[in-house]
Design a protein around this ligand. Structure first.
Ligand code: MF3
Ligand code: CO
Length: 301
């Protein structure tokens, strides 16, 4: 009886091992995701947070998401070419809408949970989710985050840049520079089979070393098949904590760095825009990345 049972279990295992992998690579499971999932199980058994299968993008999905990401970068480049003193943020919104739709995409923020525009433009003391408008004019000395997210054929991408409008203060200059360094250090700390907390720790340490704070309650996110997916990505977590980084995962590295307090309040009129509680400057830069077996690939920035 027992030996027959064992034989059946082994046969089932053999069958699964030799079945085509769930990711659609065309390879047998044992030659494809089996090793990855066995390695994940070792971490899960130690109590670590591991991604579900649906967070691991398939080769086909990766290809489609990369097309979306390439358009996202094109949109950001188009904004970079035109942004200037005296421009209203509504004009940035128009550029984003036009370039995205002319290339077959849809701006992901538009009507997302009621968001009224195609892009977020967040100036100076605005941390994120600033809403473009005709009467918001870019002034000499402003620092502005332009956060572009694209839906192309149902696949999502997301990245943001900081722009310095004309000559900016030494203070603003330093915040923008350090924010860029934070993202680069976070990226350098990201490794397959490491943890999201490694990225957070690199970012938070550098921000603190420069006298800045990292916003705690707003973070990054998984992205690709949806605009916002699991996991929530904190940029204040300790090294070695948070979700395991498994090949196939995609998420954003988008810390918000504040001059003063990390605390914020939300605009009562529009229910979106987050402002620094102490009126200090805030900067954010966002990369969207893919975890690969051989390292981390930036898809759009
Ligand atoms: N990259 C931003 C985010 O992930 C984009 C927000 S668009 C909005 O939060 F519609 F949600 F505002
Ligand atoms: Co984002």
């Amino acid at each position: 009886m027992f030996s027959i049972y064992k034989k059946i279990v082994n046969e089932v295992k053999e069958m699964e091992r030799n079945a085509p992998c769930w990711c659609g690579s065309g390879k047998k499971y044992k030659k494809c995701h089996m090793a990855i999932e066995e390695r994940m199980r070792i971490h899960a058994d130690k109590g670590e947070i591991v991604p579900t299968r649906k967070l691991l993008k398939t080769p086909f999905q990766i290809e489609k998401i990369k097309e979306s990401a390439a358009l996202n970068t094109l949109v950001l480049d188009s904004v970079a070419e035109k942004i200037r003193v005296g421009m209203c943020t509504e004009e940035i919104d128009q550029i984003v809408y036009d370039v995205t739709t002319k290339n077959g995409g849809i701006p992901a923020p538009l009507h997302y949970e009621g968001f009224p525009k195609s892009v977020c433009t967040s100036i100076n003391n605005e941390i994120c989710h600033g809403i473009p408008a005709r009467d918001i004019i870019l002034q000499e000395g402003d620092i502005v985050n332009v956060d572009v997210s694209t839906n192309l054929n149902g696949y999502y991408s997301d990245a943001s840049r900081m722009f310095k409008i004309g000559k900016v203060s030494e203070r603003a200059e330093r915040l923008v520079r350090v924010t860029g360094e934070c993202v680069e250090l976070g990226l350098a700390a990201a490794k397959p089979w490491g943890h999201l907390g490694d990225i957070a720790d690199a970012i938070n340490s550098h921000a603190q070393a420069n006298g800045y704070s990292v916003v705690i309650d707003i973070g990054g996110h998984g992205v690709g098949l949806e605009f916002h997916e699991e996991p929530f990505v904190s940029y204040v977590a300790p090294k070695g904590t948070e979700m395991l980084l498994v090949p196939g995962m995609m998420f954003t590295i988008e810390p918000m760095i504040n001059e003063g307090s990390p605390d914020f309040f939300i605009d009562e009129d529009n229910d979106w825009t987050a402002y620094t509680i102490d009126d200090g400057l805030s900067a954010q830069i966002e990369y969207m990345v893919l975890v690969r077996e051989d390292g981390i690939e930036v898809l759009t920035k």
